[in-house]
Design a protein around this ligand. Structure first.
Ligand code: ATP
Ligand code: MG
Length: 422
Protein backbone atom coordinates (compact mmCIF):
# COMPACT_ATOMS: atom_id res chain seq x y z
CA UNK A 1 0.00 0.00 0.00
CA UNK A 2 1.43 3.35 -1.03
CA UNK A 3 1.62 6.08 1.61
CA UNK A 4 -0.06 9.34 0.68
CA UNK A 5 1.89 12.34 2.01
CA UNK A 6 0.15 14.63 4.49
CA UNK A 7 -1.87 17.41 2.84
CA UNK A 8 -0.01 20.72 2.80
CA UNK A 9 -1.73 24.08 3.17
CA UNK A 10 -0.48 27.29 1.49
CA UNK A 11 -1.54 30.89 1.75
CA UNK A 12 -1.69 32.25 -1.83
CA UNK A 13 -2.49 35.16 -4.08
CA UNK A 14 -3.44 38.66 -3.00
CA UNK A 15 -2.56 38.18 0.67
CA UNK A 16 1.07 37.27 -0.10
CA UNK A 17 1.33 40.12 -2.61
CA UNK A 18 -0.06 42.62 -0.09
CA UNK A 19 2.24 41.37 2.66
CA UNK A 20 5.30 41.84 0.42
CA UNK A 21 4.08 45.35 -0.42
CA UNK A 22 3.67 46.11 3.26
CA UNK A 23 -0.08 46.55 2.84
CA UNK A 24 -2.86 45.12 5.00
CA UNK A 25 -4.86 42.37 3.31
CA UNK A 26 -8.55 41.95 3.93
CA UNK A 27 -9.01 38.41 2.70
CA UNK A 28 -6.80 35.37 2.98
CA UNK A 29 -6.97 32.58 0.41
CA UNK A 30 -5.59 29.13 1.04
CA UNK A 31 -4.78 26.26 -1.28
CA UNK A 32 -4.66 22.67 -0.03
CA UNK A 33 -2.34 20.31 -1.89
CA UNK A 34 -2.71 16.55 -1.60
CA UNK A 35 -6.14 16.32 0.02
CA UNK A 36 -9.42 14.82 -1.15
CA UNK A 37 -12.83 16.45 -0.60
CA UNK A 38 -13.72 13.62 1.82
CA UNK A 39 -10.63 14.30 3.88
CA UNK A 40 -11.57 17.99 4.14
CA UNK A 41 -15.09 17.15 5.27
CA UNK A 42 -13.78 14.67 7.85
CA UNK A 43 -11.62 17.42 9.32
CA UNK A 44 -14.68 19.57 9.89
CA UNK A 45 -14.49 21.88 6.84
CA UNK A 46 -17.74 22.84 5.09
CA UNK A 47 -17.99 22.57 1.32
CA UNK A 48 -19.05 25.76 -0.50
CA UNK A 49 -17.66 25.55 -4.05
CA UNK A 50 -20.10 24.86 -6.86
CA UNK A 51 -17.80 24.44 -9.85
CA UNK A 52 -14.72 23.39 -7.93
CA UNK A 53 -14.03 22.26 -4.37
CA UNK A 54 -13.73 25.16 -1.93
CA UNK A 55 -14.14 24.68 1.82
CA UNK A 56 -14.63 26.91 4.84
CA UNK A 57 -12.41 26.41 7.85
CA UNK A 58 -14.43 25.11 10.85
CA UNK A 59 -13.28 27.98 13.14
CA UNK A 60 -11.96 30.89 11.06
CA UNK A 61 -14.34 30.39 8.08
CA UNK A 62 -11.47 31.37 5.75
CA UNK A 63 -11.60 29.83 2.27
CA UNK A 64 -9.56 26.74 1.47
CA UNK A 65 -9.52 25.55 -2.15
CA UNK A 66 -8.14 22.24 -3.30
CA UNK A 67 -5.24 22.74 -5.71
CA UNK A 68 -6.62 22.64 -9.25
CA UNK A 69 -5.81 23.22 -12.88
CA UNK A 70 -8.13 24.73 -15.45
CA UNK A 71 -8.30 24.29 -19.18
CA UNK A 72 -10.47 26.20 -21.59
CA UNK A 73 -12.72 23.87 -23.54
CA UNK A 74 -15.02 26.25 -25.36
CA UNK A 75 -15.86 29.93 -25.74
CA UNK A 76 -17.79 31.65 -23.01
CA UNK A 77 -17.47 31.81 -19.32
CA UNK A 78 -18.54 28.27 -18.47
CA UNK A 79 -16.29 26.50 -20.95
CA UNK A 80 -13.67 25.43 -18.41
CA UNK A 81 -12.54 21.90 -17.60
CA UNK A 82 -11.48 21.97 -13.96
CA UNK A 83 -9.14 19.26 -12.75
CA UNK A 84 -8.54 18.69 -9.06
CA UNK A 85 -6.86 15.71 -7.59
CA UNK A 86 -4.40 14.83 -4.85
CA UNK A 87 -1.62 14.91 -7.45
CA UNK A 88 -2.13 18.54 -8.57
CA UNK A 89 0.92 20.47 -7.37
CA UNK A 90 1.10 23.98 -5.94
CA UNK A 91 3.06 25.15 -9.01
CA UNK A 92 0.31 23.86 -11.28
CA UNK A 93 -2.29 25.70 -9.25
CA UNK A 94 -0.26 28.93 -9.35
CA UNK A 95 0.08 28.62 -13.15
CA UNK A 96 -3.66 29.22 -13.68
CA UNK A 97 -3.54 32.58 -11.89
CA UNK A 98 -3.74 35.93 -13.65
CA UNK A 99 -0.66 37.97 -12.73
CA UNK A 100 2.79 36.98 -11.51
CA UNK A 101 2.36 39.22 -8.45
CA UNK A 102 -0.79 37.22 -7.62
CA UNK A 103 0.89 33.83 -8.11
CA UNK A 104 3.06 33.57 -5.00
CA UNK A 105 2.53 31.39 -1.94
CA UNK A 106 3.84 30.61 1.52
CA UNK A 107 3.36 27.34 3.37
CA UNK A 108 1.24 27.36 6.51
CA UNK A 109 3.25 25.85 9.41
CA UNK A 110 1.76 23.54 12.02
CA UNK A 111 1.39 26.42 14.49
CA UNK A 112 -0.63 28.37 11.89
CA UNK A 113 2.11 30.90 11.08
CA UNK A 114 3.43 31.38 7.54
CA UNK A 115 6.71 29.92 6.33
CA UNK A 116 9.53 32.37 5.59
CA UNK A 117 10.11 30.53 2.29
CA UNK A 118 8.37 32.18 -0.63
CA UNK A 119 7.05 29.89 -3.36
CA UNK A 120 7.47 32.08 -6.43
CA UNK A 121 7.87 30.02 -9.63
CA UNK A 122 6.79 32.93 -11.90
CA UNK A 123 9.04 35.61 -10.38
CA UNK A 124 6.25 37.69 -8.91
CA UNK A 125 8.59 39.22 -6.34
CA UNK A 126 10.77 40.60 -9.16
CA UNK A 127 7.75 42.11 -10.88
CA UNK A 128 6.56 43.55 -7.59
CA UNK A 129 9.94 45.23 -7.07
CA UNK A 130 9.92 46.63 -10.59
CA UNK A 131 6.21 47.48 -10.37
CA UNK A 132 5.17 45.44 -13.38
CA UNK A 133 1.79 43.85 -14.10
CA UNK A 134 2.61 40.71 -16.07
CA UNK A 135 0.58 37.63 -17.02
CA UNK A 136 1.64 34.26 -15.62
CA UNK A 137 1.23 32.13 -18.71
CA UNK A 138 -0.34 32.13 -22.19
CA UNK A 139 -3.45 30.67 -20.50
CA UNK A 140 -4.18 34.28 -19.50
CA UNK A 141 -6.18 34.58 -22.73
CA UNK A 142 -8.68 31.97 -21.52
CA UNK A 143 -10.46 34.39 -19.18
CA UNK A 144 -11.16 37.94 -20.40
CA UNK A 145 -12.06 39.06 -16.86
CA UNK A 146 -8.30 39.05 -16.27
CA UNK A 147 -7.96 42.15 -18.48
CA UNK A 148 -10.43 43.98 -16.27
CA UNK A 149 -8.68 42.76 -13.13
CA UNK A 150 -5.33 43.95 -14.43
CA UNK A 151 -6.80 47.36 -15.29
CA UNK A 152 -8.29 47.56 -11.80
CA UNK A 153 -4.88 46.85 -10.23
CA UNK A 154 -3.42 49.62 -12.42
CA UNK A 155 -5.99 51.99 -10.87
CA UNK A 156 -4.97 50.83 -7.40
CA UNK A 157 -1.22 51.22 -8.00
CA UNK A 158 -0.79 53.95 -10.63
CA UNK A 159 2.99 53.63 -10.63
CA UNK A 160 2.81 50.05 -11.94
CA UNK A 161 3.27 49.56 -15.67
CA UNK A 162 1.84 46.82 -17.88
CA UNK A 163 4.48 44.47 -19.30
CA UNK A 164 4.61 45.09 -23.08
CA UNK A 165 4.07 41.40 -23.84
CA UNK A 166 1.00 41.39 -21.58
CA UNK A 167 -0.40 44.46 -23.35
CA UNK A 168 0.23 42.72 -26.68
CA UNK A 169 -1.60 39.64 -25.45
CA UNK A 170 -4.57 41.72 -24.29
CA UNK A 171 -4.72 43.55 -27.63
CA UNK A 172 -4.79 40.17 -29.39
CA UNK A 173 -7.56 38.97 -27.09
CA UNK A 174 -9.75 41.91 -28.06
CA UNK A 175 -8.94 41.50 -31.77
CA UNK A 176 -9.58 37.76 -31.70
CA UNK A 177 -12.99 38.11 -30.11
CA UNK A 178 -11.96 36.59 -26.77
CA UNK A 179 -13.56 39.54 -24.98
CA UNK A 180 -16.91 39.22 -26.78
CA UNK A 181 -17.79 36.61 -24.20
CA UNK A 182 -17.32 38.91 -21.20
CA UNK A 183 -20.29 38.65 -18.90
CA UNK A 184 -21.74 42.12 -18.30
CA UNK A 185 -22.16 41.51 -14.57
CA UNK A 186 -18.46 40.76 -14.23
CA UNK A 187 -17.59 43.81 -16.32
CA UNK A 188 -19.53 46.05 -13.96
CA UNK A 189 -18.15 44.31 -10.89
CA UNK A 190 -14.58 45.06 -11.96
CA UNK A 191 -15.26 48.55 -13.36
CA UNK A 192 -17.13 49.64 -10.24
CA UNK A 193 -14.29 48.34 -8.06
CA UNK A 194 -11.74 50.13 -10.25
CA UNK A 195 -13.72 53.37 -9.96
CA UNK A 196 -13.39 53.12 -6.18
CA UNK A 197 -9.60 52.87 -6.35
CA UNK A 198 -7.36 55.95 -5.89
CA UNK A 199 -6.55 56.58 -9.57
CA UNK A 200 -9.47 55.28 -11.66
CA UNK A 201 -8.13 56.94 -14.82
CA UNK A 202 -5.39 54.30 -14.99
CA UNK A 203 -8.01 51.58 -15.46
CA UNK A 204 -9.53 53.37 -18.45
CA UNK A 205 -6.15 54.21 -19.96
CA UNK A 206 -5.20 50.51 -19.86
CA UNK A 207 -8.59 49.46 -21.26
CA UNK A 208 -8.24 52.02 -24.03
CA UNK A 209 -4.77 50.85 -24.97
CA UNK A 210 -5.85 47.22 -25.33
CA UNK A 211 -9.04 48.09 -27.22
CA UNK A 212 -11.52 46.92 -24.60
CA UNK A 213 -12.75 50.48 -24.00
CA UNK A 214 -13.75 50.80 -27.64
CA UNK A 215 -15.49 47.44 -27.57
CA UNK A 216 -17.36 47.67 -24.27
CA UNK A 217 -17.48 51.40 -23.48
CA UNK A 218 -17.46 53.03 -26.94
CA UNK A 219 -19.26 56.12 -25.60
CA UNK A 220 -16.25 56.83 -23.36
CA UNK A 221 -13.69 55.86 -26.01
CA UNK A 222 -15.27 58.36 -28.43
CA UNK A 223 -14.32 61.28 -26.16
CA UNK A 224 -10.61 60.93 -26.87
CA UNK A 225 -9.54 63.27 -29.65
CA UNK A 226 -12.62 65.50 -29.30
CA UNK A 227 -11.53 69.13 -28.71
CA UNK A 228 -13.11 71.58 -26.27
CA UNK A 229 -12.84 75.37 -25.96
CA UNK A 230 -9.37 76.21 -24.64
CA UNK A 231 -10.67 79.07 -22.51
CA UNK A 232 -12.75 76.70 -20.40
CA UNK A 233 -10.64 73.60 -20.96
CA UNK A 234 -6.90 74.29 -21.21
CA UNK A 235 -6.42 70.51 -21.43
CA UNK A 236 -8.45 70.64 -24.72
CA UNK A 237 -9.08 66.89 -25.14
CA UNK A 238 -12.44 65.70 -23.79
CA UNK A 239 -11.21 62.20 -22.95
CA UNK A 240 -8.31 63.65 -21.00
CA UNK A 241 -10.70 65.99 -19.16
CA UNK A 242 -12.94 63.09 -18.13
CA UNK A 243 -9.91 61.15 -16.86
CA UNK A 244 -8.90 64.17 -14.77
CA UNK A 245 -12.43 64.48 -13.39
CA UNK A 246 -12.68 60.86 -12.26
CA UNK A 247 -9.33 61.13 -10.48
CA UNK A 248 -10.51 64.32 -8.76
CA UNK A 249 -13.71 62.54 -7.75
CA UNK A 250 -11.55 59.77 -6.25
CA UNK A 251 -9.35 62.29 -4.42
CA UNK A 252 -12.49 63.87 -3.02
CA UNK A 253 -13.58 60.39 -1.88
CA UNK A 254 -16.89 60.70 -3.71
CA UNK A 255 -19.39 57.84 -3.83
CA UNK A 256 -19.45 55.21 -6.60
CA UNK A 257 -22.53 56.92 -8.07
CA UNK A 258 -20.67 60.24 -8.26
CA UNK A 259 -17.57 58.63 -9.78
CA UNK A 260 -19.66 56.90 -12.42
CA UNK A 261 -21.37 60.25 -12.96
CA UNK A 262 -17.96 61.87 -13.43
CA UNK A 263 -17.13 59.24 -16.06
CA UNK A 264 -20.40 59.90 -17.92
CA UNK A 265 -21.06 63.61 -17.40
CA UNK A 266 -19.69 64.70 -20.79
CA UNK A 267 -20.64 61.70 -22.98
CA UNK A 268 -22.74 64.09 -25.09
CA UNK A 269 -19.52 65.73 -26.27
CA UNK A 270 -18.73 62.52 -28.13
CA UNK A 271 -21.28 63.24 -30.86
CA UNK A 272 -21.20 67.02 -31.13
CA UNK A 273 -21.65 67.90 -34.84
CA UNK A 274 -18.26 68.78 -36.36
CA UNK A 275 -19.32 72.30 -37.40
CA UNK A 276 -20.11 73.21 -33.76
CA UNK A 277 -16.69 72.19 -32.37
CA UNK A 278 -14.91 73.10 -30.18
CA UNK A 279 -18.16 74.28 -28.59
CA UNK A 280 -20.54 71.66 -27.26
CA UNK A 281 -23.93 73.34 -27.13
CA UNK A 282 -26.53 70.91 -25.83
CA UNK A 283 -24.08 68.19 -24.78
CA UNK A 284 -25.89 67.97 -21.43
CA UNK A 285 -29.04 66.41 -22.90
CA UNK A 286 -27.30 64.71 -25.85
CA UNK A 287 -25.49 62.62 -23.25
CA UNK A 288 -28.66 61.12 -21.77
CA UNK A 289 -29.37 58.35 -24.32
CA UNK A 290 -25.65 57.55 -24.42
CA UNK A 291 -25.59 57.10 -20.63
CA UNK A 292 -28.61 54.81 -20.94
CA UNK A 293 -27.05 52.59 -23.56
CA UNK A 294 -23.65 52.41 -21.84
CA UNK A 295 -25.22 51.64 -18.46
CA UNK A 296 -27.40 48.95 -19.96
CA UNK A 297 -24.48 47.31 -21.78
CA UNK A 298 -22.17 47.15 -18.76
CA UNK A 299 -25.05 46.63 -16.29
CA UNK A 300 -24.28 49.69 -14.16
CA UNK A 301 -26.68 49.92 -11.21
CA UNK A 302 -29.87 51.96 -11.52
CA UNK A 303 -28.58 54.44 -8.92
CA UNK A 304 -25.36 54.98 -10.88
CA UNK A 305 -27.18 55.44 -14.18
CA UNK A 306 -29.68 57.85 -12.63
CA UNK A 307 -26.98 59.90 -10.92
CA UNK A 308 -24.98 60.10 -14.15
CA UNK A 309 -27.99 61.34 -16.10
CA UNK A 310 -28.81 64.00 -13.51
CA UNK A 311 -25.20 65.17 -13.49
CA UNK A 312 -25.05 65.26 -17.29
CA UNK A 313 -28.32 67.20 -17.46
CA UNK A 314 -27.46 69.84 -14.86
CA UNK A 315 -23.71 70.11 -14.27
CA UNK A 316 -23.46 73.30 -16.31
CA UNK A 317 -26.64 74.75 -14.77
CA UNK A 318 -24.98 74.47 -11.36
CA UNK A 319 -22.14 76.79 -12.25
CA UNK A 320 -24.36 79.34 -13.94
CA UNK A 321 -26.40 79.93 -10.78
CA UNK A 322 -26.17 83.76 -10.69
CA UNK A 323 -27.63 83.89 -14.20
CA UNK A 324 -30.67 81.76 -13.39
CA UNK A 325 -34.25 82.85 -12.78
CA UNK A 326 -36.03 81.61 -9.67
CA UNK A 327 -38.29 79.36 -11.77
CA UNK A 328 -35.26 77.70 -13.38
CA UNK A 329 -33.76 77.00 -9.95
CA UNK A 330 -37.00 75.29 -8.96
CA UNK A 331 -36.92 73.29 -12.21
CA UNK A 332 -33.44 72.08 -11.25
CA UNK A 333 -34.69 71.00 -7.82
CA UNK A 334 -37.53 69.15 -9.48
CA UNK A 335 -35.37 67.41 -12.11
CA UNK A 336 -32.83 66.34 -9.50
CA UNK A 337 -35.51 65.36 -6.97
CA UNK A 338 -33.56 67.56 -4.55
CA UNK A 339 -36.36 68.06 -2.00
CA UNK A 340 -36.70 64.33 -1.41
CA UNK A 341 -33.02 63.47 -1.79
CA UNK A 342 -30.97 66.41 -0.48
CA UNK A 343 -27.86 64.26 0.17
CA UNK A 344 -27.74 63.17 -3.44
CA UNK A 345 -28.21 66.77 -4.50
CA UNK A 346 -25.13 67.71 -2.49
CA UNK A 347 -23.22 64.81 -4.06
CA UNK A 348 -24.22 66.20 -7.49
CA UNK A 349 -22.70 69.53 -6.48
CA UNK A 350 -19.53 67.76 -5.32
CA UNK A 351 -19.26 65.92 -8.64
CA UNK A 352 -19.62 69.30 -10.37
CA UNK A 353 -16.75 70.54 -8.24
CA UNK A 354 -14.68 67.59 -9.49
CA UNK A 355 -15.65 68.60 -13.05
CA UNK A 356 -14.31 72.11 -12.41
CA UNK A 357 -11.11 71.01 -10.71
CA UNK A 358 -10.48 68.27 -13.27
CA UNK A 359 -9.16 70.64 -15.94
CA UNK A 360 -5.83 72.03 -17.03
CA UNK A 361 -4.90 75.43 -15.61
CA UNK A 362 -6.61 76.88 -12.55
CA UNK A 363 -10.36 76.97 -12.69
CA UNK A 364 -11.15 77.36 -9.03
CA UNK A 365 -11.82 81.08 -9.63
CA UNK A 366 -13.21 81.06 -13.15
CA UNK A 367 -16.04 78.64 -12.35
CA UNK A 368 -17.69 77.55 -9.13
CA UNK A 369 -20.44 75.10 -8.29
CA UNK A 370 -21.96 77.74 -5.96
CA UNK A 371 -21.98 75.07 -3.32
CA UNK A 372 -23.21 77.07 -0.32
CA UNK A 373 -25.66 79.12 -2.36
CA UNK A 374 -27.41 76.08 -3.87
CA UNK A 375 -27.72 74.51 -0.46
CA UNK A 376 -29.09 77.71 1.00
CA UNK A 377 -31.70 77.89 -1.75
CA UNK A 378 -32.69 74.30 -1.14
CA UNK A 379 -32.97 74.83 2.62
CA UNK A 380 -35.07 77.93 2.04
CA UNK A 381 -37.49 76.01 -0.16
CA UNK A 382 -37.59 73.10 2.28
CA UNK A 383 -38.37 75.32 5.25
CA UNK A 384 -41.08 77.32 3.56
CA UNK A 385 -44.36 77.19 5.51
CA UNK A 386 -46.97 75.96 3.04
CA UNK A 387 -49.87 75.52 5.49
CA UNK A 388 -51.29 78.93 4.58
CA UNK A 389 -51.44 77.98 0.88
CA UNK A 390 -52.96 74.59 1.59
CA UNK A 391 -55.71 76.08 3.75
CA UNK A 392 -56.36 78.90 1.26
CA UNK A 393 -57.12 76.37 -1.49
CA UNK A 394 -58.99 73.63 0.40
CA UNK A 395 -61.93 73.91 -2.02
CA UNK A 396 -59.69 74.14 -5.13
CA UNK A 397 -56.81 71.77 -4.44
CA UNK A 398 -55.81 71.71 -8.15
CA UNK A 399 -54.57 75.27 -7.70
CA UNK A 400 -52.10 74.35 -4.97
CA UNK A 401 -49.09 73.44 -7.19
CA UNK A 402 -49.22 76.76 -9.06
CA UNK A 403 -49.60 78.78 -5.85
CA UNK A 404 -46.78 76.81 -4.24
CA UNK A 405 -44.51 77.47 -7.21
CA UNK A 406 -45.36 81.18 -7.03
CA UNK A 407 -44.61 81.38 -3.35
CA UNK A 408 -41.31 79.50 -3.71
CA UNK A 409 -40.22 81.80 -6.55
CA UNK A 410 -41.03 84.88 -4.49
CA UNK A 411 -39.02 83.52 -1.57
CA UNK A 412 -35.83 82.64 -3.43
CA UNK A 413 -35.78 85.50 -5.95
CA UNK A 414 -34.36 88.05 -3.46
CA UNK A 415 -31.55 85.62 -2.57
CA UNK A 416 -30.64 85.17 -6.22
CA UNK A 417 -30.72 88.93 -6.63
CA UNK A 418 -28.06 89.45 -3.95
CA UNK A 419 -25.68 87.04 -5.70
CA UNK A 420 -26.36 88.56 -9.09
CA UNK A 421 -25.50 92.01 -7.78
CA UNK A 422 -22.42 90.77 -5.93
P1 ATP B 1 -8.00 41.95 -4.06
O1 ATP B 1 -6.94 42.63 -3.23
O2 ATP B 1 -8.75 42.90 -4.93
O3 ATP B 1 -8.84 40.99 -3.29
P2 ATP B 1 -6.85 39.54 -5.13
O4 ATP B 1 -5.67 39.33 -6.03
O5 ATP B 1 -6.74 39.02 -3.74
O6 ATP B 1 -7.15 41.10 -5.12
P3 ATP B 1 -9.17 37.89 -5.40
O7 ATP B 1 -10.36 38.10 -6.28
O8 ATP B 1 -9.34 37.94 -3.93
O9 ATP B 1 -8.10 38.97 -5.88
O10 ATP B 1 -8.53 36.53 -5.87
C1 ATP B 1 -7.54 35.86 -5.11
C2 ATP B 1 -6.51 35.25 -6.03
O11 ATP B 1 -7.14 34.34 -6.97
C3 ATP B 1 -5.76 36.23 -6.91
O12 ATP B 1 -4.67 36.81 -6.23
C4 ATP B 1 -5.35 35.38 -8.09
O13 ATP B 1 -4.23 34.59 -7.77
C5 ATP B 1 -6.52 34.43 -8.25
N1 ATP B 1 -7.54 34.90 -9.21
C6 ATP B 1 -8.69 35.54 -8.94
N2 ATP B 1 -9.42 35.75 -10.05
C7 ATP B 1 -8.71 35.24 -11.08
C8 ATP B 1 -8.92 35.11 -12.49
N3 ATP B 1 -10.02 35.59 -13.10
N4 ATP B 1 -7.96 34.47 -13.22
C9 ATP B 1 -6.86 33.97 -12.64
N5 ATP B 1 -6.61 34.05 -11.33
C10 ATP B 1 -7.51 34.67 -10.55
MG1 MG C 1 -8.26 39.05 -2.40
Amino acid sequence: MSMKPEPQIYCVGGAIRDELMGLPSNDLDYVVVGATPDEMLRQGYTAVGQDFPVFLHPQTHAEYALARTERKTSKGYTGFAVHFDVDVTLEEDLARRDLTINAMARGVLSDGSLSADLVDPYHGQDDLEHKVLRHVSPAFVEDPVRILRLARFAARWPDFTVAPETMGLMQDMVKNGETDALVAERTWQEISRGLMEDTPSRMFVVLRECGLLKQWLPEVDALFGVPQRADYHPEIDTGLHVMMVIDKAAQMKLSLEARYGALCHDLGKGNTPAEVLPRHTGHESRGLPLIDSLSKRIKATKDCCEFAKKLSQDHTTFYYLPELKAGTVLDVFKRTDALRRPERFIELLRATQADIWGRGGDFSNALTPWFDQWQRLLKTVQKLDISEIVSRFTSEPHKIPEALHQKRCETIAPLLQTWQNA
